[in-house]
Design a protein around this ligand. Structure first.
Ligand code: PLP
Length: 782
């Protein structure tokens, strides 16, 4: 008899059986999530009637039938559930009920045997046999249909379902339904591995039709050999490796040493179907992802109906394994899994962290300091991820230099290609220089039409300062408090961030004039909404009045990065620039941190305030990590600098840099990164403001596009900076796989300026993990 949870009565099932197959028998519902019924005929023979849900279309059933048929044809020497045709020779059986509902299903042969999970412990021979059988199945299935030709619906779209391992990240946003924070942490770790290791390789992995659910219930065992494989109901086109990964996830659940058992299965698989290096690299994160999907689906179902015990059979076993797996370094896990193959998935990563720190101390100047309490040894970068010595990925929310993503293939290729053809200097003519200069000028207001190329932000700011002084014949320069413009002597002299910071000796030169930060959160006019920008701008005028002579210029970032991710209020630059120009000075905007579309709404951050500077300085993102920088100004200003003294920078504007610079501009455009930054940034700021409502320590969330700051305070009334906690938070986040930094005059602002390719899923993960870590800090004993 179908049990209480069955959708259909035994009369209905009997009717379907007799109309479509001409027989019926004793009917009982089988355990599991699907509507499957055991039909026992009077003669003792058994069948399984699998009813189809909405997603199981006729096309899907045909694929399932095709898979079983072809595997049977191939003679794998195992039992597979053959489809019984209806009286009219169809794979699909249909019945219209009295209330006009259509029931669809298919009838399968019952396959005798004991499930793997009931015949434990598994012997080595059995593990080997499993690997061999899966490999053989994968080979057969890879031949019967070409990838891309398998559809799951009439409209030709590919079949997918909620167990689809190639789309495991569809469950990532549901992590919050898990109540236990330690378990949430494990799931965040798993999906992070999935996003950083599996996702970038998914499309390039060999694809084929796969079984899709080789779990330890679906594998039948006799005499420590695989006797049968059941349930092709989840089969779909997928990366072929998913079959093995799913099998490994379940068949090692009860193994004391899951890596050893998995290595045995993988070794024998590899002998039959040789794995590629990329396939080996994704096995561990895929195994973890499958278990993670399983526990999330269980948690969801439990919320709907906790009485359905057989829906949660694997749940605690899966959690136990996930706890073990999450304590294993991904590189180490992969090396262990590949032990019985001839593949070496990781190159030698060199010295370990402690050894390298020691060598660094010996050879590198001590003022060159690594970040974090426990520094990271990074061996690889891709997109928004950096990978450490242990193969662990980190979501990079901090390094704006690799603007279009770490090691972007197009940028790498452009550099490599040009390096193999020519690298020379601006004393010779080559097309790249002028082509690139034109491309750069095209991004700027018309009057900014003349370029200089150098190699770093410091060098570019140095040059901007020299140009301003040459043009104006003046020396005095206005700078913003807490600003940083570079590490050279003059730049340190004009960077309050340095001369007023640790090791600084105060303002060194009388020609440097510091203006207050136009800070809407802490500044003098913080209460003003309408006129704050003008008020801060007028402070620049007041300082100019105290100088009493014309000035060379005013140098400012368009948004203040080291100053604490400050967004100056509207009208600030218009007002300040007017005062500077009235005093004969030039306005220099340092776009080293803020340029190239980061702010989303505009390509350059100064455009946010509808002003046009006299000189624009570019650096960091301009070469996506390749050392280059630029100064762009008006022709008239550049002409004044040509006073007879040649300007020559050996490497500035060389053909390789120009090729790389153009590739960066191409990628920003082709990948729509400016608009992407606008969208992702807006979502992130929204999420952070929700956290502000939950955590008192968040005093202020500010930003635009992917230039964001979170100011932490111990007290929202008097804004006492939470410097210590900001540092603790950044270190905690790093332990959770997310890279951030602190900055601002009190080092209490969490700085967010990631590669522009971060995804919504990355941003959502960041918000969830930040929420968890803030909660953990709030509840931690003092
Ligand atoms: C705003 C700003 N300007 C200039 C520089 C100096 O650039 P570089 O380190 O390339 O010399 C930096 C570096 O952090 C910066 O943030």
């Amino acid at each position: 008899m179908p049990n209480n949870n069955s959708l259909y009565s035994s009369q209905t099932i009997t009717k379907l059986m007799t109309t479509e197959y001409g027989f019926s028998g004793e009917i009982s519902r089988l355990a599991g999530e699907n509507e499957n019924y055991l039909i026992k005929k009077e003669d003792g023979s058994c069948f399984v009637l699998k009813l189809a849900d909405k997603e199981t279309t006729a096309e899907v059933i045909k694929i399932e039938h095709l898979a079983v048929d072809q595997l049977n044809e191939a003679g794998l020497d195992i039992n597979l559930p053959r489809v019984i045709m209806t009286k009219t020779g169809s794979v699909l059986a249909c019945l219209k009920t009295k209330d006009k509902k259509q029931i669809r299903g298919r009838l399968l042969e019952f396959v005798e045997g004991k499930a793997w999970c009931e015949s434990l412990p598994a012997k080595v021979k059995q593990l080997e046999d499993l690997g061999k059988i899966i490999a053989k199945m994968n080979i057969v299935l890879s031949f019967i249909v070409q990838p891309g030709s398998i559809t799951g619906s009439k409209n030709g779209s590919k079949r997918t379902h909620h167990w689809d391992l190639a789309r495991a990240d569809q469950h990532r946003s549901k992590i919050s339904i898990i109540d236990n924070p330690k378990r949430r942490e494990i799931l965040e770790w798993v999906f992070h591995l999935y996003a950083a290791i599996v996702k970038p390789l998914l499309e390039s992995l060999p694809q084929s039709l796969i079984h899709g659910d080789i779990n330890d219930d679906n594998v039948l065992v006799a005499d420590h050999k695989i006797a049968g494989i059941l349930d092709f109901g989840d089969c779909l086109e997928n990366p072929t490796i998913c079959d093995l990964a799913i099998a490994l996830a379940y068949h090692t659940l009860d193994e004391g040493d899951p890596f050893k058992a998995a290595a045995t299965i993988i070794g024998s698989y590899h002998k039959v179907r040789a794995l590629t290096m990329d396939e080996i690299k994704v096995i561990f994160p895929l195994m973890c992802a499958r278990l993670a999907v399983s526990v999330i689906i269980s948690a969801q179902r439990k919320k709907i109906d906790p009485s359905q015990k057989n829906w949660f059979v694997s749940e605690e076993r899966a959690w136990k394994k996930l706890e073990i797996f999450s304590k294993t370094n991904p590189a180490q896990a992969t090396i262990l899994l590949a032990e019985k193959t001839n593949l070496a998935p990781f190159e030698d990563s060199g010295a370990c962290v402690s050894e390298l720190l020691k060598t660094r101390q010996k050879l590198i100047a001590p003022s060159v300091s690594p970040s974090y309490k426990k520094p990271l040894k990074i061996v690889r970068g891709k997109g928004q991820y950096l990978y450490d010595y242990h193969g662990r990925p980190f979501l990079d929310l901090y390094n704006n230099v690799c603007h279009v993503g770490h090691c972007h293939p197009k940028v790498v290729e452009a550099g490599q290609k040009q390096m193999a053809i020519l690298n020379t200097n601006t004393r010779y003519l080559y097309d790249g220089l002028t082509e690139y200069a034109q491309r750069l000028c095209d991004t700027l207001p018309e009057e900014l039409d003349t370029c200089f190329f150098v190699n770093s932000g410091s060098e570019a700011n140095e040059l901007a300062l020299r140009i301003a002084r040459t043009y104006t014949h003046q020396k005095d320069i206005l700078v913003v408090d807490n600003a940083y413009h570079g590490h050279t002597s003059s730049m340190i002299d004009i960077s309050p961030y340095k001369f007023m910071g640790k090791g600084g000796k105060g303002k060194p030169e009388p020609w440097v004039h510091v203006v207050p930060v136009a800070d809407g959160y802490r500044g003098q006019f913080k209460g003003q909404t309408e006129d704050a920008g003008k008020s801060y701008g007028n402070q620049v005028g007041e300082i100019i009045d105290t100088i009493g002579t014309p000035v060379a210029g005013f140098i400012t970032e368009s948004l203040l990065s080291c100053g604490g991710q400050v967004i100056p209020p509207n009208e600030y630059f218009k007002t300040a620039f007017k005062h500077v120009r009235d005093a004969g000075g030039l306005c220099i905007t340092d776009e080293v941190q803020t340029g190239f579309g980061r702010v989303g709404s505009h390509f350059w951050a100064f455009e946010l305030q509808n002003v046009v500077p006299d000189i624009v300085v570019m650096g960091k993102p301009i070469g996506n990590g390749h050392p280059m920088s630029a100064v762009v100004t008006r022709k008239e200003i550049a002409n004044s600098f040509a006073n007879g003294m040649e300007f020559f920078a050996t490497f500035g504007g060389n053909p390789v840099s120009c090729a790389i610079g153009m590739a960066v501009l191409d990628v920003i455009k082709e990948e729509g990164l400016q608009e992407h930054a606008r969208k992702i940034g807006a979502g992130m700021i929204e999420g952070l403001n929700v956290l502000k409502g939950k955590h008192d320590i968040i005093g202020h969330v500010r930003g635009i596009g992917l230039f964001i700051g979170i100011e932490l305070v111990n007290n929202r009334d008097n804004l006492v900076p939470a410097t210590q906690k900001a540092s603790e938070l950044v270190n905690r986040m790093k332990e959770r796989g997310i890279l951030l930094g602190t900055d601002g005059p009190f080092n209490n602002v969490i700085k967010i300026k990631p590669p522009m390719v971060i995804t919504k899923q990355d941003a959502d993960m960041f918000i969830r993990v930040l929420d968890d870590e803030l909660l953990s800090m709030e509840t931690a004993p003092c």
